[in-house]
Write a new protein. Sequence first.
Length: 126
Amino acid sequence: MVKIGAIAFSATLFAATIAFAQTAPTKTGDSTKGKVLTDGKGMTLYTFDKDDGGKSACNGPCATNWPPLMASADAKPTGTYTIVTRDDGGKQWAYKGKPLYTWSKDTKAGNVTGDGVNNVWHIATP
């Protein structure tokens, strides 16, 4: 009886750990330029050179062209992923301190057409 109780407790603890574990907010995908970080739909993620100090400098029309990778209000940092608060109060995922964005002109997974735009946008790499 003691063995069954210990096994049941271990199984419950394991299930609870999985339920509370947060997965990374990005995935890794392939592109013509190698491995890239992607959102859940497989779209390439980018970083912006003008972002500084854990803050996004891409707001308004910029954010229309470069949609931020938004985090839910209750999201928590995990590993190398942090969360920055945007000017509008929304939460955005950052990787190694750099806020992440998609590019409105990428039309399918694997596109990397935003890399090098105005010499300030770059592919986010794992």
